[in-house]
Design a protein around this ligand. Structure first.
Ligand SMILES: [Zn+2]
Length: 340
C-alpha cells in the first residue's frame, strides 16, 4: 500500500493531499500520476492510475521519510540501556522500557569507516548515536560487527511491520517510539549484560549444587523410609490416630496420621500418614489406638504439583474398641485378637 508520493517536488503523505487525481501526485518510482484513494472503507493510500505492478518506491520512501522525520524532530525513544539480559528476549522486546533521547543536531548519510550510516544524532554532550533504519533489510552483520568493534553507540529501528498502511500520525509514532528497536552497541548495556551473565552463571551453579544436595538428601530419606517398611515386613505397629499438619515437612496440608513411638522414623516425628483412600472413613476414630503396618511399595505423598515427597505410609489393621466385623471395608491383613 503506497502511503507516500511526490507532489511538486516534495514528498507527502496521503493524509496531506485532496482525494483522487486532485492530489497532483506522482510516483517516485515510475514517475506516473497517482490517485489518492481516500474512501471510507479502506486505509487511505495512493494508487497508480493505469498500472498496478509498481510498489510506488515503498521501501526507499519509507526509509527516507523515517530519516527525514528523525532529523526534523531531533529526538528518539531508545530502549533503556540498563535492562537486564532477559529484556533482550523477544517477549520483552515487544514492550521494553523506553527512554527519550534529544539531539542537538541530526546528520543524515554519514560515512563511518567504509560504511554509510543512515543517521547520526549528536547529543548536547557531544556524544554520537548511530541510528539505522531497517525497512525490509536489516543492518548487515559486518556493519554491526564494525560498530561494535568501534564501540559506537548504535540503535536499529525496524519498520518492516509498517507495510499494512498507516496514517501520518501512526508513522511518526512508529518511527520515533513504538516500532521495535534494538541496540547494536551500547557500552552501558554491554556492561549490564556481562554482569547479568556472570550473576546468572553463579546463580545457576549455586542452584545446581543445592539441587544435588537436595536430591541426595531426598534419596537418602526415601531409602530410609523403604528400609524401615521393608525390614519391618508384616510387623504390626501400634500408634494413635491423629490429624496432623505436615507443613514442616514441606507438605502443605493436614491429614490423618498415626503417631507411634514404637520404631518409626524420628525425622518424621514418629508419624506415618494414613493411606489416602481411608482418610475420610477413619477420621471419626481420631485419638484411638490403632494397629498398622507400613507400606514399602508406596512410601510417597504426591502433591498437587506432582512432586513426590517420601513419607512412611500406614495401612490400618485394627482400631481399638471396634470389632472386626464392623471394619470389613478395611482391607486389613492382620488382626490382633487381644484388641477385640
Ligand atoms: Zn510507480
Amino acid at each position: 500500500m503506497i502511503q507516500f508520493a511526490e507532489r511538486h517536488g516534495r514528498i507527502v503523505h496521503v493524509s496531506e493531499v485532496p482525494s483522487g487525481l486532485m492530489c497532483e501526485c506522482i510516483c517516485v518510482a515510475c514517475r506516473r500520476r497517482l490517485i489518492a484513494r481516500k474512501g471510507r472503507e479502506v486505509t487511505h493510500h495512493f494508487a497508480h492510475r493505469d498500472t498496478f505492478d509498481c510498489d510506488g518506491g515503498w521501501e526507499g520512501l519509507t526509509h527516507s521519510q523515517a530519516k527525514q522525520l528523525i532529523a526534523e524532530v531531533r529526538s528518539l525513544f531508545v530502549p533503556l540501556h540498563d535492562v537486564a539480559l532477559h529484556d533482550y528476549t523477544s517477549r520483552a522486546l515487544r514492550r521494553p522500557v523506553m527512554q527519550k533521547v534529544e539531539f542537538e543536531r541530526v546528520n543524515t548519510e554519514v560515512s563511518l569507516g567504509n560504511y554509510r550510516i543512515d543517521l547520526e544524532g549528536i547529543h548536547a554532550s557531544g556524544k554520537r548515536l548511530v541510528i539505522e533504519i531497517a525497512v525490509t533489510s536489516a543492518c548487515s552483520r559486518r556493519k554491526r560487527q564494525f560498530l561494535r568493534r568501534q564501540q559506537e553507540p548504535a540503535v536499529e529501528i525496524y519498520l518492516n511491520q509498517l507495510s499494512k498502511g498507516f496514517t501520518l500520525d501512526e508513522f511518526k509514532e512508529q518511527v520515533l517510539k513504538t516500532a521495535p528497536r534494538i541496540w547494536i552497541y551500547n557500552s552501558l548495556f554491554e556492561q549490564t549484560r556481562s554482569q547479568e551473565r556472570r550473576r546468572r552463571r553463579a546463580l545457576r551453579s549455586d542452584l545446581e549444587e543445592r539441587a544435588e544436595q537436595y536430591e541426595s538428601a531426598f534419596q537418602d530419606l526415601q531409602q530410609r523410609v523403604r528400609d524401615l517398611a521393608t525390614h519391618s515386613g508384616d510387623r504390626l505397629f501400634t500408634g494413635i490416630l491423629q490429624l496432623r499438619n505436615l507443613k514442616e515437612f514441606d507438605i502443605p496440608f493436614r491429614t490423618l496420621c498415626v503417631f507411634s513411638e514404637s520404631g518409626l522414623l524420628a525425622e518424621f516425628q514418629n508419624l506415618a500418614v494414613v493411606e489416602e483412600r481411608y482418610v475420610s472413613r477413619l477420621g471419626q476414630f481420631q485419638g484411638r489406638t490403632v494397629g498398622f503396618f507400613l507400606l514399602p511399595e508406596d512410601s510417597f505423598i504426591t502433591l498437587k504439583s506432582k512432586l513426590r515427597v517420601p513419607f512412611p505410609k500406614a495401612r490400618i489393621a485394627w482400631i481399638e474398641g471396634v470389632p472386626q466385623d464392623k471394619l470389613k471395608w478395611l482391607k486389613y491383613r492382620k488382626w490382633d485378637p487381644g484388641m477385640r
